[in-house]
Design a protein around this ligand. Structure first.
Ligand SMILES: N[C@@H](CCC(=O)N[C@@H](CS)C(=O)NCC(=O)O)C(=O)O
Length: 211
């Protein structure tokens, strides 16, 4: 199994889940240049990470990859207890993180894709930071009294962890979001998370901006 990833990108969530389910895999480190190479685009027309290759399966879209990995190891219970309700709860939060919160970061990472005039880039990024902050407040409230976003550890948690890292690195105001801070600290202390972070960093070329 190969996981195409880029340091700092949302593919970290998949590397963490691969650790949590104990699945042998080869991390393939990409850069913004190699993501747009003809060879890679032939496999993944979006030119993005993550991409999972498992035998003849070539799977894109983070939500699909995380779900696939969780289903390979049901005993890890990363999609809940197997009941439709528990699964729906995981998918609810994963959908929110992927469709709303992740997307809200795009104008911060790549303002030029939205407004080519660099004069507006910082105003656009600041507006996006405020959107992200509003989403983070909802997530912080949700974590009140919970260690994990659904209540039980699931594939949504590594995705949330990635977004907390972006918030810190991209200067989103996280003041007072104590539940999120505790969550991030808990994840940082997790052996699987540490192994995934080490795997991210282990190969050349050097890290580039994820977007
Ligand atoms: N819809 C894709 C989006 C993945 C995505 O946005 N990946 C970013 C890294 S977090 C990326 O590869 N960006 C490179 C680019 O947009 O050129 C998914 O959810 O898997």
């Amino acid at each position: 199994m190969k996981l195409y990833h880029m340091p700092g990108a949302c593919s970290l969530a998949d590397l963490i889940v691969l650790q949590w389910i104990g699945m042998p895999h080869e991390p393939v480190r990409m850069s913004m240049e190699t993501l747009k190479s003809p060879d890679y685009l032939a496999t993944n027309a979006g030119g993005t990470v993550p991409l999972l290759q498992d035998g003849d399966l070539s799977l894109t879209e983070n939500v699909a990859i995380l779900g696939y990995l969780a289903e390979l190891k049901p005993e890890a219970r990363l999609l809940g207890d197997g009941s439709p309700r528990a699964r729906a709860e995981v998918m609810r939060w994963l959908g929110f993180l992927n469709s709303d919160v992740h997307k809200a970061f795009k104008p911060i990472f790549t303002p030029g894709r939205f407004l080519p005039d660099p004069q507006y880039a910082s105003a656009l990024a600041d507006k996006a930071r405020a959107h992200v902050r509003a989403y983070l407040e909802r997530l912080d409230q949700r974590l009140e009294g919970r260690d994990w976003i659904t209540g039980e550890r699931s594939i949504a948690d590594p995705y949330l962890f990635v977004l907390t890292r972006w918030s810190r690195n991209k200067k989103v105001d996280v003041d007072g979001l104590d539940n999120l801070a505790c969550f991030a600290e808990r994840m940082n202390g997790d052996a699987g998370v540490q192994a995934a972070l080490a795997a991210e960093d282990s190969a050349l070329p050097p890290a580039m901006s994820p977007h």
